[in-house]
Every structure is written in C-alpha cells, then in structure tokens.
Design a protein around this ligand. Sequence first.
Ligand code: SF4
Length: 453
Amino acid sequence: MSNVSIQPARISKVLPDSIGSEIGCEPGDAIVSINGVSPRDLIDYQFLCADEILDLEILDAAGKTHSLEIEKDCDDDLGLEFETALFDGLIQCNNRCPFCFIDQQPPGKRETLYLKDDDYRLSFLYGSYLTLTNLTAREWERIERMRLSPLYVSVHATEPEIRIQLLKNPRAGKILEQLQWFQDRRLQVHAQVVVCPGINDGIHLERTLLDLATFHAGNVPAIASTAVVPVGLTRFRPDLDELTAVGPEKAREAIAQVQQLQAQFRQQFGSTFAWLADEWFLIAQQELPSESHYEDYPQIGNGVGSIRQFIKQFEAAASEILPPAIAAPRRLSWVVGNAVERAFQPLVRRLNAVKNLEVHLIALNSTYWGQEITVTGLLAGQDLLEGLAGRELGEGILLPSLMLKAGERCFLDDLTVGELTEALQTPIIPIMGVRELLTACVDSEYGTKKNYS
Ligand code: SF4
C-alpha cells in the first residue's frame, strides 16, 4: 500500500509555447499545490487544472517557493510533464500470484524491477491491470466520486476459492460483489483472465466467462470486454510452483472452448465480448481470427488482435510506401520472436517483391527466459547475441523497438543496443511500428538518420 506522504509534483518537461513555459516553469521545479490543494497524483492534477483561475505554489530547483495566479480557459493544459504520475507513491500489490512476472525476473537486477504495482490510478491512466484486493474504503469512494472509469481488472476466476488460490490472498474472493459495485454505479471495467492449466481452465474458465457475461448487459455494461490470456512462464520462476505451461494441445483446447462461448455471446449481445489473446493462436499454430472479429480492438494493449492490426496496417502502408524497385541492392535482417514467424510470412514476401530488396526474417526463441515459443517483446539482448552471431546479417538488423525497455536503448536483460551492434558488427535499426519498418527497408539513409546505436 502507499504510505508515502504527498510529495511536490516534480516537473520533467515543459512543452514549448505552453502556459507552463510562459510562466517560467522549468524541469526540476515542482508543483506544491493548486488552489490550496496538493495533488496526490496526475488524476488530481488534471482535475485541479480544469479550473479557470489557478493559484499555483511552485518550488524551484533551488528550494525557493513561488506563488503565481494564472487565468486560462478551463480546457487549457499547462503543458507540463512529471517525473511520475503518483506523487504520493505507488500502491503496491498484496497478492502472491505464482505466475507473477515480477517474481519471474532473474535475481540481482535494479530494485524498481521488483516493485509490484496494483494501483488503480495507473489502471485508469495507462490501462494496467489491477486486482481490487488492496483498496481501502477511501480509495473506493474516490473511484466513485471522480468516476475513474474504465479500470482494467484481473479477474482470473469468479469462483471465490479458485481466485483466492490463484492470488494467494483471502481478500480475493469478493470479485463478483466488486463487479456488482461497478455495475450499480454505472462504472466500467475491462476484465482479463490469465489461464493457468489445471487451476482455472476447463469448467472454471467457462464458469468465469459466463459470470462475467452477466455484467455485459445495458447501455453502459459494467464489463465492457474480457481478454483471455495464456499464463506466461520463465525459467526464473520459483521451483515447485503449481503451474504448467500452455502447450499447443492445451492452446487448441482453450481456443475451441472459448470460441464456442464467443458464438453464444455474439448471439446474446451482438458482440464477441470475450477475446482470446493472439498468443493462443501462435502457440497452437493456428490462423489468427480475421480483422472484423476484433470489433474496435478493446483489448489491444493486452495482446488481443495486435498482430492482426499490425498486418492490416502493413498492407495499408505497403502500397503507399513500397516502390516497385529500389535503386541499389539492399539486404536486411528482421528479427522477431518465433511466435510470429508464421503470421509474418506474407509480409516478408511482400517486402521481397520490391526489386533489389532482400529481407530475411529471423525468428528466435528466448533461451534467456527459457521459452520455446517467444513473443517479440520478450526477446532479450542475450537471445539476439546467441541467435544472430555468425550469421550473414546484411546491411542492417531491423529491430522492433518493443524489445527495448520503454524510453531506453537497452533490452530487458540490460544489454544495450550499442553493445549488440559492437558484438555483431552490424548496424541495428530500431523500428517502431509499420511505417518505420517499411521506410527502413527502402531508405538506405534511414538507419543513419535514427542514429540509435
Ligand atoms: S497481482 Fe500482479 S503484481 Fe501482484 S502478485 Fe499477482 S501478478 Fe504479481
């Protein structure tokens, strides 16, 4: 739980030509209060900034306090960014899920990597999942008063004893009452179910999805959507846990089971309501559902439909960006997780239809995490070192940026892009999204312009 008192909100960036820059704010300054109230977090800050007259108390980097009054339109933003969204500290998790990814990290890394957040503010602001097991009456009241909706809730199982077993927390059994609480207040959640074979699969999964579907009725359904995700395991997990990895057979079984329920939901609601994460199809080596299946992609951040969306964006951008031929021969390697090898074959064929362009898809699994099938975002620097060493890599390596830590130039295992470039003696071209991928393929200057290594 958060037990840190409210700290002044430290500014990390002041946008040019913003109100913040006009009044002289600088990175390193901190907002102490707005109209006499110290914001707990970005939610308070945004709420307080909606007034037309703001009395700001600002602490500068030298420790001097300044009072300013500004007048603005109510929807004018101050153009300030902050070092953190939470000025009173992170609300930490009080569960002990055996599949927790934080516990499945290698030992000896930075301490912040082991912080388990279960904070409804991050859920509201950024769509991270929370369990609702650590909320005090004060926080429930705030969610209601500020109408913090939608939130993203890890349900996993609706049967109390199964959820308690999974979260290892006696407070986890109240999920149905909690969902009712949201429904009574016309607040919404997106739900997720992480399926652990032998614990919450089979009849328990069916029970859970049917229970969740009862909250999907009305104009403002309390549960807007549900994602069904296979448990992800790494070799760093504790010995003797009760978990079994999802293999191809289990994946095919879960797909068939959920697809049957989806047909039922479509009849009942006119919506699929519960979607299978892409990973199920990748593990089962089955075709991904068509694009229309995903409706408005309500769970895209949870790996539901992201590959289908990527393929669709690729097709749309390819006809615009790819020329029939490029002037000089160009040979590149495109590194991905082996989970998408099959799904990306048509994209590679399309790239290689450009005369003089030769793109090799190199699909790797992760020995670092000890996985046979790996999604691209989990490949570690070590995996690339091992998988690419000694290979003919051409003029550059197209590297999906999602392998890198957010905002950094290093992989999940802290190897840097520069170190990998050095070791492989090949330029690395980090690419973010489809347009960068296509441009990097046909523009020989592209890697140099980005100058990432
Ligand atoms: S709720 Fe999330 S952070 Fe907490 S133990 Fe479970 S998986 Fe880990």
